[in-house]
Design a protein around this ligand. Structure first.
Ligand code: FAD
Ligand code: NAD
Length: 367
């Protein structure tokens, strides 16, 4: 059984070792941590560089080598949780004995705060693009076969495009391909597909270019970033989600994870702010889910509704929030997640503080 060696100064550095058989090379990372999983390790093998980044709390441990011999494209990653070990099993291209793993490349065997690591991009292929609303589309990107990467719940990645000679990056939050299918089939480990709901702004810098990509084109995708901790969902009883426009995207996986994995969960409520009915992402899926799972309720609020709309209207306000939050018992463990345009999020946080919710009760999604 591994003991957690984290001190006030942060976790202690992992180490690695490697061994081989005729056909395989196994790299073992000893993390000295208990709470590791397949999200904790990102592996990329591109050209002559083999890179395995282990994320431990807010730190990053990097193995970065030029392998001494060729390997096959696919490899496997295993977590041996109770001993805090990660195993990466590579398949040799030729059955021969390797004298060494390879030569060290930049920052090999280093352990740094994650923010000092710098980002790394791998080229993902555009597999499909489907209309979701009049201006929002579901993009599916495929990771290269020689990458292992899972985006943790509540985190985002950066996409990169070169626009008139300048590299531009913008953050996007992965979702599932649908709200409903995922409730039946669990996400497969080593899933190669990443889905995004992206609103195209005709006068925007990045999204029109993204929209011009053809199926089969490649887009560089960064490693995950973000500070949402899944442990926040562990004991939650009442989960309140406040989303505006594409601020809905982080809520997709949170909603799914809470309904499937949070044993203490009593109620999830989503208040979803949009301009008009046409702007609501996945409205019928949300309504169907609310019908099928009694723990989940959704309320749509429109800021510029048509005259036929007889639901809630306006911007986020004390009146809308008090009504939304009523029925929440003082004793229950609450989590409030909020995401949308910056003024929406800032105002929401202010109003929640006015209603006596503490910082710990609230998670806001920002850049
Ligand atoms: P921009 O060029 O930024 O313009 C956006 C809009 O503002 C356009 O209508 C433009 O005309 C207008 N505008 C630009 N400049 C001005 C100005 N000076 N004055 C007035 N109006 C102006 N978006 C998603 O769709 N899906 C996601 O999953 C998602 N996840 C995100 C995660 C994070 C952590 C963050 C911070 C943002 C996320 N976003 C997401 C937003 C995304 O990163 C981009 O900001 C968005 O796609 C707009 O990019 P753009 O370059 O096309 O538009
Ligand atoms: P939108 O313009 O369609 O507006 C949606 C709703 O937001 C409006 O109906 C209104 O209720 C509310 N709203 C807009 N401006 C407001 C204001 N000034 N004050 C109070 N409420 C306001 O929204 P959109 O174009 O879909 O934009 C979504 C925003 O969410 C973007 O700014 C994007 O960057 C952000 N976003 C952030 C993250 C993240 O940080 N993780 C993820 C996804 C999206």
């Amino acid at each position: 059984q591994v003991t957690d060696t984290t001190t006030k100064e942060g976790p202690s550095s992992p180490s690695y070792d490697w061994f081989q058989t005729d056909s395989l090379v196994t790299i073992v990372i000893y993390t000295k941590q208990k709470d590791i999983n397949l999200d904790s390790i990102i592996v990329d093998h591109q050209n002559d560089s083999f890179r395995a980044e282990t994320i431990i709390k807010d730190y990053s441990y990097l193995i970065h080598v030029g392998l001494s011999h060729e390997i096959q494209e696919d490899f496997s990653v295993r977590i041996i949780e109770n001993v805090g070990k990660i195993e990466i099993v590579l398949k040799k291209r030729e059955n021969m004995s390797w004298k060494c793993l390879g030569h060290p490349l930049e920052k090999h065997n280093s352990f740094l705060p994650k923010k000092d690591r710098g980002s790394y991009y791998r080229k993902c292929q555009l597999i499909s693009k489907e209309d979701v609303t009049h201006d929002t589309k579901l993009f599916c990107l495929m990771l290269p076969p020689s990458t292992h990467l899972q985006v943790p719940i509540g985190q985002h990645v950066y996409l990169k495009l070169t626009i008139t000679g300048t590299e531009i990056v913008k953050p996007y939050t992965p979702v599932f391909d649908s709200l409903l299918s995922e409730f039946k089939k669990p996400v497969l480990p080593n899933n190669k597909y990443i889905y995004f709901l992206i609103k195209i702004y005709p006068a925007g810098l990045f999204t029109p270019e993204l929209d011009h990509l053809q199926i089969g084109d490649f887009v560089p995708v960064s490693s995950p970033e973000g500070n949402f901790k899944i442990s926040k969902l562990q004991e939650v009883e009442d989960l309140f989600l406040l989303a505006a426009g594409t601020g809905f995207t982080p809520m997709v996986k949170i909603l799914n994870c809470a309904l499937i994995n949070a044993p203490s969960l009593r109620k999830v409520k989503l208040m979803f702010f949009n301009k008009t009915e046409e702007d609501i992402i996945w409205r019928s899926q949300l309504e169907k889910l609310a019908f099928e799972d009694k723990r989940f309720d959704v309320e749509f609020v429109l800021s510029t509704p048509s005259s036929e709309w007889n639901g809630k209207q306006g911007h986020i306000s004390p009146a809308l929030l008090s009504e939304f939050l009523k029925g929440n018992s003082e004793k229950s463990k609450v989590l409030l997640c909020i995401c949308g345009p910056t003024p929406f999020t800032e105002q929401g946080i202010r109003l929640l503080h006015d209603l006596n919710f503490s910082k710990d009760d609230i998670h806001s999604f920002t850049a």
